[in-house]
Design a protein around this ligand. Structure first.
Ligand SMILES: [Zn+2]
Length: 191
């Protein structure tokens, strides 16, 4: 077997192992054995993330993981279109959206509001879905956190209308209303 074929085989074994163990954390020892005891097992795991788009999380993404631990939360890889987006376009869209998920409001790097054990990692999604004729132009792109992009929160987290939002704020406790005010002041310091 050539080196290239061997590395493809290792990557394929790691891929099936991750897919068979969704949601279970694995350590480097286990992954090294799965990869066939090759020293480049970590590079193959990285390729599954960068070349195939699998969202394999590490301690950089999830506070409950120790260094050297990995977990795949969803069998759905990030679509090829997103991996093809240039660094410049990605930076432009994230900056325009204030590094905030446009669906649930989670902020990049902060604990996710619906799963505080996860750090919010932003991805790029479409405003109008491709299946409905949306394009890959920056005007049709938006920041979405990995949780929303996985579709977990899709049904309940539509952007609220102003009327709905005001009703919710008026119904909240005074202390929660003060928290909202504090947050608005930090968001709009000049207004
Ligand atoms: Zn989100």
């Amino acid at each position: 077997m050539t080196g290239r074929a061997a590395s493809k085989g290792a990557r394929a074994r790691l891929r099936s192992h991750f897919l068979a163990n969704i949601g279970r954390k694995m350590d480097s020892e286990e992954l090294r054995v799965v990869a066939g005891n090759i020293s480049e097992w970590a590079r193959r795991v990285r390729e599954l993330r960068t070349e195939e788009g699998y969202q394999i999380l590490t301690h950089n993404d999830l506070s409950e993981l120790k260094p050297g631990e990995y977990i795949l939360m969803s069998p759905k890889p990030i679509p090829a279109f997103e991996r093809a987006i240039s660094k410049e376009t990605r930076a432009f869209v994230l900056d325009r959206n204030g590094f905030t998920c446009q669906q649930c409001g989670a902020v990049a790097g902060e604990p996710h509001p619906y799963d505080p054990s996860r750090k919010t990692r932003l991805q790029i999604g479409h405003v109008i879905d491709k299946t409905q004729g949306g394009s890959d132009q920056p005007s049709n792109l938006r920041a979405l956190c990995s949780v929303c992009n996985e579709g977990v929160a899709n049904l309940t987290l539509d952007r609220p209308s102003l009327t709905k939002l005001l009703v919710q704020v008026r119904r909240a406790t005074a202390s929660d209303q003060l928290e909202v005010l504090k947050w608005l002041k930090t968001k709009f310091p000049k207004d």
